[in-house]
Design a protein around this ligand. Structure first.
Ligand SMILES: Cc1ncc(COP(=O)(O)O)c(C=O)c1O
Length: 489
């Protein structure tokens, strides 16, 4: 990472010095890029001071699970970049499919009618892969747009049914469904809710299935899934006639990789069905094999009414999201006889090039049996991460398949958290990055790990060894700082 400096007046073209693993730029070029980044590029979810004072790596190349920055430093991509690069970096097959499609056709206006071959093929493929009964597809450019679509879809559906008062949504505390206006309200992250204040009306948040720190003060299994019962209580309080849909990530990602007990999602499904409430699963992170099942909901034996996906659908090579929903919803719109019953979409819905990238990506996932691999290597990742529990500040490791979190605590016995100003997770994240492993902070106390589905056991060992070193270093630092504070030095 480079310190902030003067902004260069002109952009210096990038000239990687060598191929494959030797990709360092000329140091002056690298410095200029860091200066320009600090001066111009707003990253969104990077703390402002951190970006301005320390900068961020600028990646030049990726291959498999590895990344190289402008200085030629190598990183393990232990986050699949942003929970999305399922098949790993450098897949020529996807690049070829994209180039071929781009050479063929720039664009097709699916939104207003004429579409393209890969767009139709991808919609058909997704229906084949998705839980049975989800037969209709709307493409978007990412997860936020997909969840905006969901909000519109649910409200339009109940209007079409002649029940417009069923307009409320129930979602989970700390859930993340995107950063657009509607989805910032839909999710349960207090910071986004606050910044969107007064927000979209009619959104209710309930406790999540976070057994390590139960928000209802209960203990699993004696709680009998009281967090799912909270949905029942909200329905009783508000009236089922006012609630249109429930939405949740089957495993919360940004909120801290919260893995529910296996019976939680089926119980939620049962409550939704009994009260005639649509159930939506946000599988933007968990989709396409991440958890060891093609979709986490199918892994839990549940078919939602609406399934939202993005990220792994193209492994991040191009931006794409998709909303899949039940035939009955579509037939309801048709039955109104109103051509405009659901009037919604975006210019880039079903972009031909992006759909071609998705098709090539899904072909790799199938051919290389990456869902199966995620399940098998996932067991190894979870087992290996669990060895970190001997560290003094690791309270819990948890996950499913190739998504996991390490939760950091001040006191393992009481689960007391570190004071927020110590920024414990951020410090571990920074340290791991300095040692060449890209992770992310998820929730105040968690480090999330979510590598490409192609990761090997040896690479898992390598990444966990780096995490051990990063966590141990930070533990030593904070213990010293805490001691100084306590003794007034
Ligand atoms: C579960 C979930 N839903 C939605 C989104 C938003 O997707 P995007 O950033 O593509 O808009 C994300 C992004 O991380 C996510 O994790």
């Amino acid at each position: 990472m480079q310190p902030k400096g003067r902004t260069a007046a002109t952009v210096v073209p990038m000239r990687p010095r060598a191929t494959a693993t030797r990709v360092a730029l000329d140091p002056r070029q690298a410095k200029t890029l860091h200066q320009q980044d600090a001066a111009h590029l707003v990253h969104g979810f990077v703390p402002l001071q951190l970006h301005q004072q320390q900068g961020v790596p600028i990646f030049v190349k990726g291959q498999g699970i590895y990344l190289w920055d402008t200085e030629g430093k190598r990183y393990i991509d232990a986050l699949a970049s942003l929970w999305n690069v399922h098949v790993g970096h450098g897949r020529k097959e996807i690049a070829r499919a994209v180039a071929a499609q781009m050479n063929q056709l720039a664009f097709a206006p699916t939104l207003i009618g004429p579409t393209s071959v890969p767009t139709v093929q991808l919609a058909t493929k997704l229906v084949k892969l998705a839980p049975k009964g989800l037969t209709r597809v709307i493409f978007t450019s990412g997860g936020s747009e997909a969840n905006e679509t969901l909000i519109r879809l649910v409200r339009a559906y109940w209007q079409a049914k002649g029940r417009p008062e069923k307009s409320k949504f129930v979602s989970l505390n700390q859930g993340y469904h995107g950063s657009s206006s509607g989805t910032a309200s839909l999710g349960g992250l207090p910071l986004l809710n606050k910044q969107m204040h007064p927000g979209l009306p009619g959104i209710l948040h309930i406790a999540r299935p976070y057994c390590y720190r139960c928000e209802l003060g209960k203990t699993y299994p004696s709680c009998q899934l009281d967090c799912a019962e909270e949905l029942e209580r909200v329905v009783q309080r508000e009236g089922a006639h006012t609630i249109g849909a429930f939405i949740a990530e089957p495993i919360q990602g940004v909120g801290g990789v919260i893995v529910p007990p296996s019976t939680w999602l089926p119980k939620i499904r049962e409550i939704c069905s009994r009260h005639d409430i649509l159930m939506a699963c946000d599988e933007v992170i968990t989709g396409f094999g991440r958890t060891g099942a093609l979709f986490a909901c199918t892994g839990a034996g549940v078919t939602p009414d609406i399934l939202v996906t993005a990220k792994g659908i193209t492994s991040g090579y191009l931006p794409l999201g998709a909303v899949l929903f039940k035939e009955e919803i579509f037939q309801t719109f048709l039955a109104t006889g109103d051509d405009y019953a659901f009037w919604h979409g975006y210019t880039y819905t079903g972009h031909p090039t992006v759909c071609a990238a998705a098709l090539a990506n899904l072909e790799i996932i199938e051919r290389e049996r990456l869902v199966h691999k995620a399940r098998e290597q996932g067991k190894y990742l979870q087992k290996t991460l669990a060895t970190l529990r001997d560290l003094p500040i690791v309270g819990e490791t948890r996950g499913q398949g190739l998504i996991a979190a390490v939760e950091l605590v001040k006191d393992k016995a009481t689960k007391e958290m570190f004071p927020a100003d110590l920024q414990i997770a951020r410090r571990v994240w920074e340290k791991a990055l300095a040692y060449g492993v890209l992770t992310r902070v998820a929730g105040p106390n968690n480090i999330a790990i979510c590598p490409p589905l192609i990761i090997t056991r040896a690479q898992i060992d390598e990444l966990v060894a780096v995490l051990r070193r990063a966590i141990s270093d930070v533990a030593a630092e904070v213990t010293g700082e805490e001691w100084k504070r306590a003794s007034g030095k």
